[in-house]
Write a protein that binds this ligand. Structure first.
Ligand code: ADP
Length: 295
């Protein structure tokens, strides 16, 4: 089983030709609301990829909370650990321009109330094979979850995004860290990728650095590095590529797929996701991943 502790939000996405400068008003082309948040994205990606998945998090009692919960449930995610709290659901206000560039304002709202120590949270984490963490929920919740995981033999997979300093209390309990290239460089403070990987492996036993259309790099202490290319596809929206990758990777590792096969499987899931708009709306079902991997 996979447990995801993290954010569940509503993405409010506006598509414009050119994003407005400060003080400017422009006409938009289209507006969409799609459930998102890094935690929910990883949970949905893992469930669609065939994993047995439970979510620990919080939504508000506003009009966004129910659709976010429903999308998770309809994807097959166990939402018993997703609390409904008074006040608004977390939101991400996203402006996407014609070049595919985006700017995003994240308002945590209900996600700020996540503790990782609510009734049932520890039992869920202890019973899981993997705990997936990202950093849109409070750091204290991630630390609490990781400690329970470590004490119970649950492997911790951390997506260190949004980038911030990582306390030892968290890092010391992480088994696999999965940053994208920018996050990896920001964490290490060095530009060189080899040095960045050295920095990561000094702190965490396994690092998987995703490199966008360049694929991904797997590095483990004392092992040869493995580079897996991305699938050649035409990307229309790379939102949640990384989250789809992590969700599918956890499923593959949980099925004891060998490393290269697991990375290929995760890359296939992400390649399918970047060909469709939105976050949760873009994530593939298991059969689609299998078809792409089979070629
Ligand atoms: P993030 O979404 O966190 O920024 P990346 O951009 O590194 O992460 O993408 C994660 C993974 O998604 C990559 O390792 C790759 O497998 C896949 N991916 C991303 N962009 C593309 C693309 N344009 N074509 C094919 N695969 C892609």
């Amino acid at each position: 089983m996979i447990v995801v502790l993290g954010s569940a939000s509503m993405d409010l996405t506006t598509y414009v030709a050119v994003a407005p400068a400060l003080g400017e008003t422009v006409m938009g082309r289209e507006f969409r609301t799609v459930p998102g948040g890094k935690g929910a994205n990883q949970a949905i990606a893992a469930a669609r990829a065939g994993g047995s998945v439970a979510m620990i998090g919080a939504v508000g009692d506003d009009s966004f909370g129910e659709p976010v919960r429903r999308t998770l449930a309809e994807s097959g995610v166990d939402v018993a650990g997703l609390r409904t709290v008074p006040g608004p659901t977390g939101t991400a206000h996203i402006v996407v321009d014609d070049d595919g560039g985006n700017s995003i304002v994240v308002v945590p709202s209900a996600n700020a109330t996540i503790t990782g120590t609510e009734e049932g949270d520890a039992e869920r984490i202890a019973a899981a094979d993997f705990l997936l963490l990202q950093l849109e929920a409070p750091m204290a919740a991630a630390i609490a979850g990781a400690e329970v995981a470590r004490a119970n033999g649950t492997k911790v997979v951390l997506t260190p995004a949004p980038t911030q300093d990582l306390p030892d209390a968290l890092l010391s309990n992480v088994d696999i860290i999965v940053p994208n290239e920018h996050e990896a460089r920001a964490l290490s403070g060095v530009d060189d990728l080899d040095k960045t990987i050295e920095w990561l492996l000094d702190r965490v036993p396994v690092a998987v650095v995703t490199l966008g259309e360049q694929g991904c790099l797997y590095a483990a202490r004392g092992e040869e590095q493995v580079r897996v290319p991305a699938f050649a596809v035409t990307a229309v929206d790379t939102t949640a590529a990384g989250d789809t990758f992590v969700g599918a990777l956890a499923v593959a590792l949980g099925e004891a797929k060998p490393v290269v096969e697991a990375l290929t499987w995760a890359s296939a899931a992400a390649a399918l996701a970047v060909q469709r708009p939105g976050a949760s709306s873009s994530m593939p079902e298991r059969a689609e991943i299998e078809a792409l991997v089979a070629g």
